[in-house]
Design a protein around this ligand. Structure first.
Ligand code: FE
Length: 344
């Protein structure tokens, strides 16, 4: 856009998450969406890199004949297969949908940080695959070969259709609803539901003192992802306030329906990863866990809870729920003391 020479500073009251009137995405101040600036600072304080984690014990266990059962190996690889492409899918949407259409410079500032974090996560999976000498083409191609991963990814990617078109623009009732739907799918569903049975599997390993270097990286990833989810929820709630006309009863029912579909896809995935159940987690437990977290996501954006079930994995809630400040990882060795040390 051309610079208007001599124009006055932007009017904070006109700043919007989408459809900002000034469309001045260059002036960080005056700042309106302070949640984005806070998230940016939290992200920086939580900085970490996968190569700082030791994979020694994981390598020994993976090579050993009896450290891991066949079911555990399959579960570990399938979860990794989901993870390896999920963060790339998230990153593409951040850069090609969110960044292009969000007009709040403070939100864009956080999106730059978030996009880098998605790259760090993909790096972590690459580091685990390489350290364990797994077959890269098997793991990184699982999203096309394993039905339960394919079904989740195909569902998510269908919400890029239209939004990724060059001609897509916000500013009409239907395009704004479509954009809000995209945030709901990528934040609430991909980052808020589709990662969580895989997180639970990895912490199942950790609780048995298995694959500790991989699990530690997943802890850092979960901490980042809970910030991503939180930011997405804050953006949704800000758009709802700025453009309340978008939040129709039909649209709310549509979002609830998408979350309900996602819950089925996610527990189907969990059942395929753990056909016989391990680490005290079985198919019924996963179903209930996923329903429980789906309710928490719905609540945060003011949608009605659907399942009303208890958390069957209370040890996960301490790690995963955004509201918990308690340090779930208090037992971990804390020699890792740079800015990125885990603090919940
Ligand atoms: Fe993310």
């Amino acid at each position: 856009m051309p610079i208007q020479k001599g124009a006055k500073p932007v009017d904070i009251n006109k700043r919007r998450v989408i459809n900002g009137e000034d469309a001045d995405v260059i002036q960080l101040y005056p700042m309106r969406h302070t949640f984005a600036w806070e998230a940016y600072n939290v992200g920086n304080a939580n900085h970490w890199l996968p190569t700082e984690m030791s994979m020694q014990k994981d390598i020994e266990q993976w090579k050993s004949k009896d450290a891991l059962s066949e079911d555990e190996r399959t579960a570990f690889k399938t979860v990794l297969g989901f993870f390896t492409t999920a963060d790339s899918i998230a990153a593409n949407n951040i850069v090609l949908a969110f960044y292009r259409h969000i007009t709040s410079p403070e939100c864009r500032m956080y999106l730059l940080r978030q996009a880098y974090e998605e790259a760090i996560h993909t790096h972590a999976y690459q580091y685990i695959v390489e350290s364990l000498a797994l077959d890269e083409s098997e793991i990184f191609n699982m999203y096309r070969e394993v039905d339960a991963i394919y079904n989740k990814d195909a569902f998510i990617l269908s919400f890029n259709e239209g939004i990724f078109d060059r001609g897509f623009q916000t500013g009409t009732f239907s395009s704004d609803q479509k954009f809000l739907e995209n945030i709901a799918v990528f934040s609430l569903i991909l980052e808020g539901i589709f990662f969580y049975s895989s997180f639970a599997v990895m912490f199942g390993f950790q609780r048995q003192n298995k694959m500790p270097g991989s699990a530690e990286q997943i802890q850092y990833i979960m901490r980042d992802e809970s910030q991503h989810l939180n930011f997405g929820i804050n953006m949704m709630n800000a758009i709802k306030e700025e453009q309340p006309e978008l939040w129709t009863a039909d649209f709310q029912a549509h979002l609830v329906d998408l979350v309900r579909k996602a819950v089925v896809l996610e527990y189907t995935f969990a059942q395929e990863v753990f056909p016989r159940g391990i680490f005290g987690m079985n198919a019924a437990g996963f179903k209930q866990y996923i329903e429980h977290i789906a309710d928490r996501r719905l609540e945060r954006v003011g949608l009605p809870v659907q399942y009303g079930v208890e958390n069957p994995f209370p040890w996960m809630s301490e790690a995963a729920d955004l509201s918990k400040e308690k340090n779930f990882f208090e037992t971990r060795v804390t020699e890792y003391q740079i800015g990125g040390a885990l603090e919940w």
